[in-house]
Design a protein around this ligand. Sequence first.
Ligand SMILES: [Zn+2]
Ligand SMILES: [Zn+2]
Length: 137
Amino acid sequence: MHEVKGGCLCGSIRYESADHPALIAACHCTHCQKQSGGAFSVNLVMPLAGVKLTGSTLATFNDVGGSGMPVKRHFCSSCGSPIFSELDAMPGVAAVKAGTLDDPAWASPQVNLWCQSALPWVPMAEGSAQFDQNPPA
Ligand SMILES: [Zn+2]
Ligand SMILES: [Zn+2]
């Protein structure tokens, strides 16, 4: 079984959850590009209540998503790693950043979101669902 267990670069923040991700989504929005410093972020869509966090360096950037709704981007204030986001558009959900898993190899994205700002050199898995913005509700 794949473990949802990970932490930030400096090791100050650790998290784990016994839940399985409801969805694994690559987000190509410009804010995820900025925050990750990469081409996209990979998010495990998880029940927020099941995510157990330890560490005292979690900080929050209050962002506004492409939907126009608030997004709280939680990150480690010591090393800067993004850890998870909370979206007002999806209450009770934590979007955990898959790159912070101890073993991210299994976290292959099932869907690609915000493809309208995807970088032209990013390959997407054949057969994966692709949406210009968020998927229709
Ligand atoms: Zn850290
Ligand atoms: Zn995004």
